[in-house]
Design a protein around this ligand. Structure first.
Ligand code: PEP
Ligand code: MN
Length: 345
């Protein structure tokens, strides 16, 4: 259930509704919007009686939420959420490009790629330190050492950093070092990890599961928001289908579907989505044209030697080409490249 406050509702009136919700043993989530505040209620196992709130001062209406998710829904917040990742804004028309290697391999490799990504105009540096690999014998990432490299390089080039957490232990390390926590496709329905992310105090990049529906993706995000973390960016990274010409099938209609249902930004990862270098730029351009809020692109200066996902890594020149093309496409869908972080040094 959602309680929509009037445009002129005062802070005291919002507090009174919140107190009423808490008195029932439930959790209140005030969601400030451009026009008015909506207050989501979670924790109820049955229908909450609307009459308990309808007559309180400042309450405009009490609406039952028709979806199984509440806080991520457009009903809770009609306008787009803008998420700040270390000062770089994503959503609400601001298009952000997250770029970097699949895995952090060495300080030199990470710095070379990061410098090129920053010079090309990318906004956020990605790099895996804890890698979810299909084979237990494949390179598993550098762990804490990888995060330290990513952090150092991010500072040096002036880019916020995002890296994947696989479990509670790596989550703690990622929260300490990174500006954004990535939850990978394989963990999209790891509900205890999602709940912990909800208390982590850092924005979360939540990737769609390999066979997850839109509703399942939004429910996963709801886990994070329900614990009090409203800073979630969704990511369409391709789903498993029968085709063999790509690693996965990039479901661009998912972007349109999500934007109708939710206020959260959604970006597209055409690297894992296609698995093939020559398909990454075309699908990235298509994602921009469909109205996505950003991209995640794997980049490597020497893909044939990459320790993971070399076949889908674009080279820095290709990233630079894409960054030149995006400003042509984005205005057609009411978007623009977001601002890069200001250099600190
Ligand atoms: C990644 O981004 O490196 C990754 C492993 O992605 P996904 O979880 O989408 O497979
Ligand atoms: Mn990868």
């Amino acid at each position: 259930m959602l309680i929509v406050m009037t445009v002129g509702a005062t802070r005291e009136q919002v507090d009174r509704v919140t107190a009423q919700i808490e008195a029932l043993g439930l959790k209140a989530h005030p969601i400030p919007g451009a026009q008015r505040v909506a207050i989501g209620i979670t924790g109820n196992r049955s229908i909450v009686e609307p009459g308990l709130f309808e007559s309180l001062p400042g309450v405009l209406e009490v609406i039952p939420v028709s979806h199984p998710y509440k806080l991520v829904s457009r009903e809770a917040k009609p306008e787009d959420s803008v998420i700040s990742v270390g000062g770089v804004e994503v959503g609400g028309g601001r298009f952000a490009v997250m770029a970097g290697p699949c895995s952090v391999e060495t300080p030199e490799q990470t710095l070379t790629i990061a410098r090129a990504a920053r010079a090309a105009g990318a906004h956020i540096l990605r790099g895996g330190a804890y890698k979810p690999r299909t084979s237990p014998y494949a390179f598993q990432g550098l762990g804490r050492e990888g995060l330290a490299i990513l952090r150092q390089v991010g500072r040096e080039v002036g880019m916020p950093i995002v890296s994947e957490a696989l479990d509670e232990e790596s989550l703690e390390a990622v929260v300490e070092s990174c500006d954004m926590i990535q939850i990978g496709a394989r963990n999209m329905q790891n509900y205890s990890l999602l709940r912990t992310c909800g208390k982590a105090g850092k924005p979360v990049l939540l990737k769609r599961g390999l066979a997850a529906t839109i509703e399942e993706l939004l429910m996963a995000a709801e886990y994070v928001l329900s614990e009090g973390n409203y800073e979630v960016v969704l990511c369409e990274r391709g789903i498993r289908t029968f085709t063999e010409h790509t690693r996965n099938t990039v479901d661009l209609a998912a972007v349109v579907a999500v934007q109708r249902l939710s206020h959260l930004p959604i970006i597209v990862d055409p690297s894992h989505g296609t698995g093939k270098r020559h398909k990454v730029l075309p699908m990235a351009r298509a994602a921009a044209a469909v109205g996505a809020d950003g991209l995640m692109i794997e980049v490597h200066h020497d893909p044939s030697r990459a320790l993971s996902d070399g076949a889908q890594a674009v080279v820095p020149e290709e990233l630079a080409q894409l960054m030149q093309q995006l400003p042509v496409i984005l205005p057609l869908v009411g978007r623009h490249l977001t601002a890069q972080q200001r250099p600190t040094a």
